[in-house]
Design a protein around this ligand. Structure first.
Ligand code: ATP
Length: 314
C-alpha cells in the first residue's frame, strides 16, 4: 500500500508538487498522467525517497519513506525516468550487483536472476556493455533491476518510452501479469497505455490532482461518450450522409473527418450523451449507404485529458 498525505515540493518560490494526497492498494495499476513538467517524476522521486519533500509525507507498505527509509525501499522497485544505470557495466554484472545490494542469496538469487533475464529477453545482450545497448534494451535492463527482488510496490517512470511496438506490448503484458499481487504506479504520456494497463488514472497538472478515476470513467466524460462512429466503405461525398444524420432528432452534432483517402468517417454525438445507434443503423439500411463500420464510442481519453488540463499535450 502507498499512502501520500499532503505531499509538496517547492523549488524556490515554485510549488512543483502541491499538496497531493491519495492512497493506492495492491492489485491497482495507477497511471500518472500529466503534461510535461506537471510534477509526475518529482512525485515518484518523493515516493521512492530520492527527493526530500518540502511538506507532507509518503509511506510504502506502512513504512514512512523518510523516517523508515530502508524498510520502505526494501518493499519497492523503481525505474527512474530515462532508466539510468552504469553504462560501463554489462547487464549481467549490473544485475548481479543489484542482487548483492538487494541482499539476494543462494537459490532465490539464481531463480530471480534467471526469471527476470527471461522475462525481459536479455539473454542475447547479457555480456555487452550497457552503453552500447539500444534505448529499448537499456530500458529493459532498468526494468529488470526494478523487479529483481520481487517487490510489493513498483514505481515505473515511463516504462515503455523508447520501446518498439512489440516490446511495448511485452512490457505492458509483464506489468499486467505482475499487477495481480503488486501495486504498480506508472507515469506515461501514452494514453492508450493507460487504457491498456491501468485500473486507475490520476491526472496532474502544475503539481495538483485534477482527476482521479478509472480510465473508462474518465473516457466517459468525453463528448464522444456514446457517440456513433460511422465509416463509409469507399470514398464518396460524405456531406449528403452527414446532412441526413443531422436531421435525426437524437443527433446533436455531426463531425466528418477523412482518416484515410479511401474512407470517410462521421461521428454523431447525441444531445444528452446518448444517441440512437438503431436510428442511424436503420437510416444506413434505408439509404443503402456502403458502410465499413458503425460503432458506439466509449469516449476519448485524449479529449478528456485536453479538457481537464486546458489543452496541454499528454
Ligand atoms: N531539481 C530541480 N530544480 C528546479 N526545478 C526542478 C527540479 N526538478 C524538477 N524541477 C521542475 O519541476 C517541474 C516538474 O518536473 P517533473 O520532472 O516532476 O515533471 P514531469 O511531470 O515528470 O514532466 P515530464 O512529463 O516532462 O517528464 C518542472 O518544471 C521541472 O523543471
Amino acid at each position: 500500500m502507498i499512502e501520500i498525505e499532503h505531499l509538496s515540493k517547492h523549488y524556490g518560490q515554485r510549488a512543483v508538487v502541491d499538496d497531493l494526497s491519495f492512497t493506492c492498494e495492491p492489485g491497482e495499476v495507477l497511471g500518472f498522467l500529466g503534461p510535461n513538467g506537471a510534477g509526475k517524476s518529482t512525485t515518484m522521486k518523493m515516493i521512492t525517497g530520492f527527493v526530500t519533500p518540502s511538506g507532507g509525507r509518503a509511506a510504502v507498505c506502512g513504512h514512512d519513506v523518510e523516517r523508515d527509509a530502508i524498510r520502505a525501499r526494501q518493499n519497492l522497485g523503481y525505474l527512474p525516468e530515462g532508466a539510468p544505470s552504469y553504462p560501463e557495466m554489462t547487464p549481467a554484472s549490473f544485475l548481479n550487483f543489484v542482487a548483492d545490494m538487494r541482499g539476494l542469496r543462494g537459490e532465490q538469487r539464481e531463480t530471480r536472476l534467471t526469471e527476470v533475464i527471461a522475462d525481459l529477453h536479455l539473454e542475447d545482450v547479457l555480456h555487452q556493455s550497457i552503453d552500447t545497448l539500444s534505448k529499448g534494451f537499456k530500458r529493459r535492463v532498468g526494468l529488470a533491476q526494478a523487479i529483481l527482488h520481487d517487490p510489493d510496490v513498483l514505481i515505473l517512470d515511463e516504462p515503455t518510452d523508447g520501446l518498439d511496438p512489440n516490446q511495448k506490448h511485452e512490457v505492458r503484458s509483464l506489468i499486467q501479469s505482475m499487477a495481480r499481487d503488486k501495486l504498480i504506479v506508472i507515469s506515461t504520456h501514452i494514453l492508450e497505455e493507460v487504457e491498456a494497463v491501468c485500473s486507475r488514472a490520476i491526472i496532474i497538472a502544475q503539481g495538483k490532482i485534477l482527476a482521479d478515476d478509472t480510465p473508462a470513467a474518465l473516457a466517459a466524460r468525453s463528448k464522444y461518450h456514446n457517440a456513433v462512429q460511422l465509416t463509409l466503405a469507399r470514398e464518396q461525398d460524405v456531406e449528403p450522409v452527414a446532412a441526413a444524420i443531422r436531421k435525426l432528432d437524437s443527433v446533436a452534432s455531426v463531425e466528418s473527418h477523412s482518416k484515410q483517402k479511401a474512407v470517410t468517417a462521421l461521428t454523431a454525438a447525441g444531445h444528452d450523451g446518448s444517441i440512437s445507434l438503431r436510428a442511424i443503423a436503420s437510416m444506413v439500411e434505408q439509404q443503402e449507404w456502403a458502410v465499413a463500420s458503425l460503432q458506439l464510442e466509449a469516449g476519448r481519453l485524449d479529449d478528456v485529458f485536453r479538457q481537464i488540463t486546458g489543452g496541454a499535450e499528454a
